[in-house]
Design a protein around this ligand. Structure first.
Ligand code: SF4
Length: 65
């Protein structure tokens, strides 16, 4: 499972990084940057889903490998 961000849609309010800091960072302007290749380890699936569900812009998504 991979976490992805649509940079065209992200508005940069940082909520995803707060909810899933292991998976998401933000750039200098506060826009989300997915860490690594976005692969979500089993133990972080809950956090990944939480970040997806709480993005007000629907910019995050989870894709099956
Ligand atoms: S919560 Fe959504 S809109 Fe906000 S920084 Fe994260 S991905 Fe971007």
């Amino acid at each position: 499972m991979r976490l992805k961000v649509d940079n065209e849609v992200c508005q940069g309010h940082n909520r995803c990084k707060v909810l899933a800091p292991e998976l998401v960072d933000v750039d200098d302007e506060g826009y989300a940057v997915i860490k690594g290749d976005g692969t979500v380890p089993e133990e972080l699936r809950g956090k990944a889903q939480l970040a997806v569900d709480n993005c007000p812009e629907f910019a995050l998504s989870l894709e099956e490998d």
